[in-house]
Design a protein around this ligand. Structure first.
Ligand code: ZN
Ligand code: ZN
Ligand code: ZN
Length: 288
């Protein structure tokens, strides 16, 4: 719907604009902590931008080259983000370690000002998105909580540095932010590889599928069950079902429709089923 897209766009532009402000502010105040947060916000806007782009791409119709459609293209965005953020994190960490060895007092008043601005802007975005209903809005609003907390840490650190000589706090904050960025890369990559490696989707289990199939009296047994996901949301099942007794084709079609309708309720969008008859089954009850 409309409001949803608007909120995504708002979050994208806010993060992008803020990243630019932080680069300028970080250079001006000579703070690596602020520069790390610039990378973090740049990564956020990259993720939001690619989410928006690939969400549109995924709605494109399947083609002769991509017979499954374009849903999995969102993984390309995730991989690009991971590469960009990994490279950025390495630079940030090198800079931070140099500063830890040779501490340099940043301009703390400027840092305090930027931190207050960060808390205000991210807090406002958080309040606006908190009311959102879609999953991505919830994820993004949770993310703004992390952003606000990051800025609170920068605020506390810069206040301490203003009143005591403790310039090591700035690179220390920077290392924490970099570790946070890297842990997010790890989480995202773990999810992406689970999809690429045909893992069972997170929002449905094999047991759920089995108990759904067992509800049908016509179903004697099933085998060669494969459960995977196109992009984390669009889930696919293929299986062989052995029937209690042979069914004529119309009855079989009705049974299949009912099974597919039930599978839809447990988040399986696309099911391909082979029916077999007891005693004549394919014998392909292999384990992969
Ligand atoms: Zn963030
Ligand atoms: Zn198989
Ligand atoms: Zn079979």
């Amino acid at each position: 719907d409309h409001g949803h897209g608007d909120n995504l766009a708002l979050a994208f532009w806010m993060n992008a604009a803020f990243a630019v402000i932080e680069v300028i502010g970080g250079l001006y105040t000579n703070s690596v902590a602020i520069l790390s947060d610039a990378l973090h916000d740049f990564g956020d806007s990259l993720a939001l931008g690619s989410a928006w782009f690939f969400e549109r791409k995924s709605k494109q119709r399947r083609s002769e080259t991509y017979t499954y459609g374009y849903k999995r293209f969102s993984l390309v965005g995730a991989l690009i983000n991971a590469v960009v953020l990994s490279v950025g994190s390495v630079f940030i960490l090198i800079e931070a370690f140099e500063r830890l060895l040779k501490p340099l007092q940043p301009q703390t008043t400027g840092m305090i000002f930027l931190a207050l601005l960060g808390i205000t802007v991210n807090g406002a975005a958080l309040l606006r998105l908190k009311s959102g209903k879609s999953i991505s809005e919830k994820v993004i609003s949770l993310h703004f909580v992390e952003d606000v907390l990051g800025w609170v840490a920068v605020l506390v650190g810069s206040i301490i540095m203003k009143f005591t000589y403790a310039p090591f706090i700035d690179p220390l904050l920077s290392v924490f932010i970099a570790v946070f960025i890297v842990s997010n890369i790890y989480k995202n990559m773990k999810g992406a590889f689970q999809i690429i490696l045909q893992g069972v989707p997170h929002n449905v289990s094999e047991d759920q599928v089995k108990s759904e199939l067992r509800k049908f009296a016509e179903v004697e047994s099933f085998h060669d069950l494969h459960l995977w996901t196109m992009d984390g949301n669009y889930n696919i099942l293929t299986t062989h079902i052995v029937l209690q007794s042979p069914l004529e084709i119309v009855a079989l079609e009705r049974l299949k429709s009912k099974i597919k309708a039930n599978l839809k309720k447990i988040n399986i969008e696309h099911a391909t089923i082979e029916f077999e008859v007891k005693g004549l089954d394919c014998g392909d009850a292999h384990e992969h």
